[in-house]
Design a protein around this ligand. Structure first.
Ligand code: CA
Ligand code: CA
Ligand code: CA
Length: 488
C-alpha cells in the first residue's frame, strides 16, 4: 500500500490533492505516488465490478420472532464518494489494513456468490445465519476499507444469542463491531440487558468501536402521556390519542401483516400498570387481534400484536390502547406500528418521528447512524429514526442521538437475492464502520474518544446548525476527519 510518514519539520509545506480533495490539502507527508496510481487503477476496477446491477426482490426476515428487527428499509445508489472515503483511500492509502471489523446481522448465506463476483475477499465466519443482509453490509465495508480483515457473526435469532455474538467478535480482536439490529422486546424507556451487555463489552475492550443503526422506525411512532378516554366497563378505560381519536384507523391490504408494540414507563419486570392492545374491525364489529399480557408488579410493560389480513381485499381496522384498573397515573406510552406504509394510517397522531430511537442504539458509548438520501441535498430518509432519546428509568435523562449520518440506497451485488439498492439505516451504518476502519488503519493508536470526536466534529453539518435530533452531527466526512487527526 501507499507509503507515508509524518515529518514534522515539513508541517507547513502543502501538497495539493487531486480532484475531489482539491480544497483539502495538507503537507507533512512523503508519498509513493506511483503506488497511488496503481492503487487508483485497482480501485476503479473494484468500483466498476461492484456496480453489477443484479435485480432482486425484497427479502423477508427469516427468523420468526417479530420483536426483533434488522433494519432494512425501502430503496437506491453509492456512498464511497459521498462520505469521501475514496479520497483518503486513494491519496493517503487509508485502506483499513491491519484492522479487524466484525459485522453482526441476519446472515451471510450467499457469501461465496459475492466473493465469486469479486465483491468480497476472505471473511471469517463465526456463525453463518440465514439471509444475506450481512453479505451486503460486508460488501459496503469492503468497498470503503478493502484491506480490513472482515468477520461475521449471525445474531442468532434472540437477544441472548446476539449478546454472545458481540462478546465473540470483541474477544476475537475486532476493533470495530457493526450491527443493524433492533430488539422490540428490549425496553424503550430504560437500558435493557442488551444495552448493559454492550456497555460491559466496551468497558472490557476500551479500543473497540461499536457502530449501530438509528433504526427505520420514524414514520409510525407515538409517544405521549396516558390520557383518560371513554370507559368501556368496570376498571377498563380507552386511551384518548387526542384530536378526537380513541382508536387509530388503518387500512390493511391483502396479505399485509401489521406489527404493533406498546411499552410504558414502568420498570422492566416490575410493571404496575396494566395496558392492553386491541385491534378491531369496526365494519364487522369484531376484535381481530389482542395483546393482553398481565402486569401485576412482576410483568414487563410490554404488549405486542401481529395481525395478517388474510382476506383477498383491503380491510379497515382500528387500534386501541385499553387500561385496566385505576386510570390516574399519567404513564408515558410509547408505541411503534410496523410493516405497513405510513399512508395506510389515516391520522398523523401516530406519525411522530421524534424520540423513535431505543435499545442499544441509545447508548452514549456507541456510534448511532441515521440514513440520508444519496441525492443532493442529502435529506434524511423518511424512515430514519430520530432523537433525542427519552430515558425515564431509573432516572429521567436525555440521550443526544443519533450521532451521525451516512447514505442509504446504495449498490451492492444482490447476492442471495438481497434487494438492490440496499435500503434502510442498515446500509448507512457500514459506511461509518468502513470509515472508522480507514482512520484506525492510518492512526492505530487513537483512543475511542479521539476517533469519535474526529468523526463528529468534522461531519458535514445538515439540517439545523450544529448537532440536531434528525441528522446528529451530520454526514460523515472521511477527508475532514482524517485531516483533523493529522493535525493533532
Ligand atoms: Ca396488559
Ligand atoms: Ca422514545
Ligand atoms: Ca445539523
Amino acid at each position: 500500500m501507499l507509503i507515508f510518514s509524518r515529518t514534522d519539520s515539513k508541517r507547513n509545506k502543502k501538497i495539493p490533492l487531486p480532484g475531489l480533495l482539491s480544497d483539502y490539502y495538507r503537507g507533512n507527508l512523503i508519498m509513493g505516488w506511483i503506488k497511488t496510481l496503481i492503487l487508483c487503477m485497482v480501485l476503479v476496477c473494484v468500483c466498476f465490478s461492484s456496480c453489477a446491477d443484479t435485480k432482486a426482490s425484497f427479502q423477508s426476515h427469516l427468523y420468526n420472532d417479530t420483536t426483533i428487527v434488522s433494519c432494512v428499509g425501502t430503496l437506491k445508489t453509492e456512498g464511497d464518494l459521498l462520505v469521501r472515503s475514496n479520497g483518503i483511500r486513494e491519496v493517503f492509502g487509508a485502506s483499513g489494513k491491519g484492522i479487524k471489523v466484525g459485522v453482526i446481522g441476519n446472515g451471510v448465506q450467499s457469501l461465496e456468490q459475492s466473493q465469486a463476483l469479486g465483491e468480497l475477499g476472505p471473511v471469517t465466519i463465526f456463525e453463518r445465519g440465514i439471509g444475506d443482509e450481512g453479505t451486503a453490509m460486508l460488501e459496503i465495508i469492503h468497498d470503503i476499507a478493502p484491506d480490513a480483515g472482515l468477520c461475521f457473526h449471525a445474531y442468532g435469532g434472540s437477544s441472548d444469542q446476539f449478546k454472545k455474538a458481540v462478546s465473540t467478535l470483541a474477544d476475537a480482536g475486532c476493533r470495530i463491531i457493526c450491527d443493524d439490529l433492533y430488539f422490540f422486546r428490549q425496553p424503550f424507556l430504560e437500558d435493557g440487558d442488551v444495552a448493559y451487555h454492550i456497555r460491559e463489552v466496551l468497558k472490557a475492550h476500551p479500543d473497540c468501536i461499536y457502530v449501530t443503526v438509528s433504526g427505520n422506525f420514524a414514520p409510525l411512532h407515538y409517544q405521549k402521556p396516558w390520557k383518560l378516554g371513554i370507559s368501556i366497563g368496570p376498571d377498563k378505560t380507552i386511551h384518548d390519542f387526542g384530536d378526537g381519536y380513541s382508536a387509530i384507523p388503518m387500512t390493511l391490504l391483502p396479505d399485509d401483516e401489521v406489527i404493533v408494540t406498546l411499552q410504558w414507563d414502568d420498570p422492566w419486570g416490575y410493571a404496575v400498570h396494566d395496558y392492553d392492545l386491541f385491534l378491531t374491525d369496526p365494519n364487522r364489529g369484531e376484535v381481530v387481534a389482542t395483546s393482553m399480557n398481565i402486569q401485576d408488579e412482576t410483568g414487563e410493560p410490554f404488549e405486542h400484536l401481529v395481525f395478517r389480513n388474510e382476506m383477498d381485499e383491503s380491510r379497515r381496522v382500528s387500534l386501541s390502547i385499553v387500561r385496566n384498573g385505576e386510570n390516574v397515573t399519567p404513564n408515558i406510552l410509547e408505541m411503534y406500528i410496523r410493516n405497513i406504509d405510513t399512508r395506510q394510517v389515516e391520522t398523523d397522531i401516530v406519525k411522530d418521528p421524534a424520540d423513535s430511537i431505543f435499545g442499544h442504539a441509545a447508548l452514549e458509548e456507541v456510534i448511532t447512524v441515521g440514513s440520508v438520501m444519496i441525492e443532493p441535498p442529502h435529506l434524511i430518509s423518511p424512515d430514519s429514526s430520530q432523537g433525542p432519546v427519552t430515558i425515564l428509568i431509573p432516572e429521567p435523562s436525555r440521550r443526544w442521538k443519533p450521532d451521525i449520518c451516512a447514505p442509504t440506497n446504495v449498490q451492492v451485488s444482490g447476492a442471495g437475492s438481497f434487494p438492490v439498492p440496499f435500503p434502510g439505516t442498515s446500509a448507512a451504518a457500514p459506511h461509518v464502520a468502513g470509515v472508522v476502519a480507514q482512520l484506525l488503519s492510518s492512526f492505530p493508536d487513537l483512543t475511542r474518544d479521539e476517533l469519535i470526536d474526529a468523526l463528529y466534529e468534522n461531519a458535514f453539518d445538515l439540517g439545523e446548525p450544529g448537532w440536531d435530533p434528525v441528522y446528529g452531527y451530520g454526514l460523515v466526512d472521511a477527508v475532514k476527519s482524517f485531516q483533523a487527526l493529522l493535525e493533532r
